[in-house]
Design a protein. Structure first.
Ligand code: PLP
Length: 220
């Protein structure tokens, strides 16, 4: 199956209000170009350096989404061009993003990553921490970032009841955070293995890699 066929297939399953982030981590630029030529413009990467290299090579109307964990000392390598950062899990990181966005006279869209999975390996803030953050005065002073929603990853399990509970918890937190900040609009949840469930539970943005580009050679 070609990337174009896969992309068409995935898109046919997405309602209009759901945005597709094509997760191209570890894949060569030729693969990204194939998706680009089929009309895809939003690409997700989980390593800042890899994303910066691809940014150099790809057409300039691509919207780059950083979906991985962000080390503060690497924010400077993407501040000039990144469109959205999904994995924001601390005020310290937000401060750093704001500082570098300001240098480039830009506003960077950010999603707060919430820990919804029961596994210890998944990063993210608690719902309480996210509420505290949005209410804090220091946060309100950050002018070069825009918090536009939340992101979460469900447990890696076949138990669909559990996955649904985790996605629903993220949606509930989103609704509650929206009372503090009415500008929140995105719920980034759902990957190749669980995006139909995520959409059922209120996802507005899915991050899909292997169903479009094929299996990756190594797990990241
Ligand atoms: C790799 C990755 C995805 C995509 O995973 P697939 O199972 O290949 O669709 C989505 N979100 C994050 C945060 C990822 O790291």
């Amino acid at each position: 199956m070609s990337i174009k066929t896969n992309l068409t297939e995935v898109k046919s399953k997405l309602p209009n209000h759901v945005t597709l982030v094509a997760v191209s981590k570890t894949k060569p630029v030729e693969d990204l170009m194939e998706a680009y030529q089929a009309g895809q413009r939003i690409f997700g990467e989980n390593k800042i350096q890899e994303m910066a290299e691809k940014y150099q090579q790809m057409p300039k109307d691509v919207l780059w989404h950083m979906i991985g964990n962000v080390q503060r000392n690497k924010v400077k390598y993407m501040a000039e061009f990144v469109n959205m950062i999904h994995g924001v899990d601390s005020e310290k990181l937000l401060n750093e993003i704001n500082k570098h966005a300001k240098k480039h006279d830009r506003t960077i869209n950010c999603l707060l990553q919430l820990k919804i999975a029961q596994e210890d390996t998944k990063f993210g803030m608690t719902s309480e921490a996210a509420h505290t953050l949005l209410n804090s005065k220091d946060f309100k002073r950050l002018e070069n970032i825009a918090i536009v929603g939340v992101m979460g990853m469900a447990s890696f399990t076949d138990n669909t009841t559990q996955i649904k509970e985790e996605f629903s918890a993220l949606k509930t937190t989103f609704e509650s955070l929206k009372n503090i900040n009415p500008k929140l609009r995105e719920v980034s949840m759902g990957m190749s293995g669980d995006y139909p469930l995520a959409i059922e539970c209120g996802s507005t943005m899915v991050r899909i890699g292997s169903s479009i580009f094929g299996a990756r050679n190594y797990v990241i």
